[in-house]
Ligand binder design. Structure first.
Ligand code: GTS
Length: 233
């Protein structure tokens, strides 16, 4: 399989391409951000089948050397990987940042809490998935370390307790407003559900926050896309 390098195109085509996989937890973060910004119609999604290891093949590594999804491709050939970086780009497009903060303080807090959601939960669950479960299967998971994966699962559960305590004192992950940090935590919980790692019952504030997030139109739009399955695969 080859991936076309992004290039200038006709004005009727979507203005951005996103290489991702329809139900991936990291891709979910960008799809939810797109829905929050009203940009879903501007994007062509290009499927990269993780289960077939397409993300580790040279054609895709040429787009993103780390071999991970999602990747945003702009018409001028610019490639942006990393959910946080893609979200920052999307949020800045209309000059009205609603996800990444307006003031220096907001920006700093949102960046910090996004990283915490990644470090304490989402990335930890990713390591658990790839190391202590069958992951993407033997063709893709060429090295596994179950002990390390198990530690990362425990870290993720501690992370859930950390966010539970935090959300008992404030409505959103970075303070009083919804932001990219909430999307990052949501991504972690989307991954947790995929690996059957439930939010502990005692994490009442985290459960309540999660229920509120699931009511957001952007999250419902993401669920509808997942329910449709992967077109063009
Ligand atoms: N730090 C990266 C980001 O924020 O974008 C992580 C991206 C990432 O790990 N993406 C997953 C991936 O490519 C996609 S998914 O599992 O959520 O669908 N995983 C494949 C692999 O082999 O690591």
């Amino acid at each position: 399989m080859t991936f076309q390098q992004p290039h200038s195109d006709t004005s009727t085509s979507p203005s951005m391409k996103i290489y991702d996989w329809y139900n991936g937890p990291y891709p979910a973060r960008v799809r939810i951000a797109l829905a929050e910004k009203g940009l879903l119609s501007q994007v062509e999604f290009v499927p990269v089948n993780l289960w077939e290891g397409k993300h580790k093949q040279p054609a895709f590594l040429a787009l993103n050397y780390s071999g991970t999804l999602p990747v945003l491709a702009l018409h001028d050939g610019t490639l942006i990987a990393e959910c946080t970086a893609i979200t920052q780009y999307l949020d800045a497009l209309d000059g009205q940042p609603t996800l990444t903060g307006k003031t220096p303080t907001e920006q700093g807090l949102i960046h910090m809490m996004t990283r915490r959601a990644e470090i304490e939960l989402m990335d930890a669950i990713s390591v658990y998935f790839h190391h202590a479960t069958p992951g993407l299967g033997p063709e893709v998971e060429l090295y596994q370390n179950a002990e390390w994966g198990g530690r990362m699962r425990d870290k993720a559960v501690r992370g859930m307790h950390y966010f539970d305590k935090l959300l008992a004192t404030q409505p959103y992950v970075a303070g009083n407003a919804f932001s990219m940090a909430d999307i990052a935590l949501l991504g972690g919980l989307i991954f947790a559900a995929l690996v059957s790692l439930p939010i502990p019952d005692e994490c009442v504030a985290l459960h309540a926050w999660h229920a509120r997030m699931n009511e957001r139109p952007s999250v419902q739009a993401w669920r509808a896309m997942v329910a449709q399955g992967q077109p063009n695969s």
